[in-house]
Design a protein around this ligand. Structure first.
Ligand code: AMP
Ligand code: MN
Ligand code: MN
Ligand code: MN
Length: 276
């Protein structure tokens, strides 16, 4: 089983259309796949149709942006019903405000002497309402202001950097409710990316469990190999199911391509077991 349960298409901040992501996953040996665009289910039908035509098993997915304790946390919902109205409405509300935030990011960057970034970023966006920091990052790289998208985050767009604009996403409790109502399973995405203290992490995991959560990503393109081990230990300690996903956004971006991650440690319980 080569499961890749986290990646993005042009429906959010990926570079390939859903069908192209499906073909790349298949070419790389993926056998169980989920497209998990940020706060959007618009690519699900194309993803499923292409995946199934290629003989891959498919799980409908989404990555929901959440604000928890004043910071951003991503929650992946897997095996959701992409027609569920409560989930669709919740995601629409979560997306709301991306355009205004995009303009504010443009203004913040103009203040440090980099003008016209909002307009520049828009050139990389499929749907202007979905504008994300990734689109700004691609523009800034193309404009020669940074070497890579991760360099852009380190210098301009990460928390505390001049182009960072705080934003209120959905609440953890709401995101979990939408996923549950849509028949899906919630997974804390790339926990190694959050700069929480041990106490804050414990509070996040405790609240997640109270809200019915029982899975985290362990092997993901957004973790280093050290973090695979660290979060495998967290999964063991809390009894969490473990997930695996590249967080692929496009060729040459990110640490790892679709399907090319190492397997989960063999003693962990894969989150996908329940769907096989
Ligand atoms: P946004 O939802 O607009 O805040 O953008 C978040 C997106 O930026 C994430 O989904 C990633 O695709 C990307 N991102 C966040 N941090 C980094 C980083 N350090 N390096 C590269 N991409 C990042
Ligand atoms: Mn992204
Ligand atoms: Mn994420
Ligand atoms: Mn992602």
């Amino acid at each position: 089983m080569n499961a890749d349960l986290h990646c993005h298409s042009t429906v959010s901040d990926g570079q390939l259309a859903p069908a192209e992501v499906a073909r790349r996953a298949h070419a790389n040996g993926v056998t169980l796949w989920a497209l998990t665009d940020h706060d959007q289910l618009g690519g699900q039908q194309e993803a499923r149709e292409t995946a199934e035509a290629l003989g891959m098993r498919y799980l409908a997915g989404v990555e929901i942006s959440v604000t928890w304790a004043g910071r951003t946390v991503h929650v992946v919902g897997l095996n959701v019903d992409p027609q569920n109205q409560q989930l669709l409405d919740g995601l629409a509300a979560t997306r709301d405000g991306r355009a205004a935030r995009g303009e504010a990011i443009g203004e913040a960057l103009a203040k440090v002497g980099i003008p016209n970034c909002y307009e520049g970023a828009l050139r990389y966006v499929n749907d202007p309402k979905m504008i994300s920091r990734t689109h700004f990052a691609r523009y800034l790289v193309e404009a020669g202001l940074a070497q890579s998208t991760s360099d852009v985050f380190a210098r301009y767009l990460g928390e505390g950097k001049p182009g960072f604009v705080g934003h209120r996403w959905s609440k953890l409790t709401d995101a979990m409710k939408w996923i549950r109502e849509a028949g899906g399973e919630a997974i804390i995405a790339h926990p190694g990316r959050y700069t929480f203290t041990p106490t804050e992490f414990a509070a996040l995991f405790d609240e997640f469990i109270e809200l019915g959560g029982n899975a985290i990503e362990v092997v993901t393109g957004s973790h280093t190999p050290d973090q695979y081990r660290e979060y495998a230990d967290v999964a063991r300690r809390y009894g969490f199911y473990a997930s695996r996903g590249s967080d692929f956004h496009g060729a040459g971006e990110g640490r790892i391509d679709l399907g090319l991650l190492p397997p989960l440690p063999s003693d962990l319980k894969p989150v996908w077991e329940r769907w096989l």
